[in-house]
Ligand binder design. Sequence first.
Ligand SMILES: *Cc1c(COP(=O)(O)O)cnc(C)c1O
Length: 379
Amino acid sequence: MTQIAPTPGNTTVRMDVPENIARLTPYSPGKPIEEVQRELGLTRVVKLASNENPLGPSPQAIKAIADSATRVHLYPDAASRALRQALAGRLHVSPESLVIGNGSDDIIHLLGVTFLRPGDEVVQGDPSFVRYEAAALLNNALCHRVPLTPDWVHDLEAMAARCNARTRLVFIANPNNPTGTIVGRDALLRLLDRMPEGALLVLDEAYYEYAAGAPEYPDGVDLVREGRNVVVLRTFSKAYGLAGLRVGYGVMHPDIAQWLHRTREPFNVNLIAQVAARAALEDVAHVRRTIEVNEEGKQAFYSAFRALGLEYTPTFANFVWVDLRRECRPVYEALLQRGVITRTGDIFGAPTYLRVTIGTPEENALFLSALRHVLQTGA
Ligand SMILES: *Cc1c(COP(=O)(O)O)cnc(C)c1O
């Protein structure tokens, strides 16, 4: 017998879902290039919306991906042994301190599932990365969103003040997304002192590679090595250029890691991702080039913004948070018409801001000339 799928709209299926699930909202990603090309009939579209590496993946990673294609009938290593070994050597931690995830998003999810009981509390900055609150809501925990300072920096004093005996997870993206700002080591230590016992500080260092050169930027892994209640998140999605493969990791005390190994899916990191991440890690030159291109683009953005009279927040990452001083939505739409995809600040509660990923020199020039045109013609 043939099964006929119901046409949407013709039928209604009612599922009674728990209240916490009903409150979740689907993630809204940056618009894909192909969609904009199709919808607007454009051939050249640049995506400066998701903080991906504009140089693409490392050539060594591409080769490793191709070479591993013949082995995808096999399950991946459930423990990601070789990748953990390579990372352990690089970070000077034990492999037992590492949990690899299907992106660092996976680790955020696992931290919530593993450590949050109903009624527990989570503290995060506002605006910051959206997946922290999702992890709280999914597990019936309360999420306190603590406003950033007027300079768009995490207000660690205020965050410490929101901690109480029920606080289990404190999330800090360092550098922060969407603002590109960082907090320093002393401020983090003061926050740690004021957190209750049994609470974890989750330092999300998705943009670590971009910030690592700055003397005031603290390396979260030092705190892990010092035995603090800290989990550091890093990813291969940003500077390493492997966003499409989904691989990230957490660095933490082995006593914490062993809990996550119980809650994660056994094969949460696919075979190609494991192989590509190892190759990408080896290609130090590719990461160096990535950072150089980013520095150059950053300066181009800054001087163009200054010329346009726009205030921006100095960034430690690969994107810039800029105040358009007018509603961002129409500017975003007008940029889209000109083939440039960006991210609007309204989704982060800042309706006059735009978050723009730093691209290649050519992509940056395209964006800046589109922006000049849009702002000067008042679109
Ligand atoms: C991009 C990003 C992530 C997610 O990275 P994946 O490893 O691709 O899941 C996590 N945190 C922040 C702050 C990010 O900007």
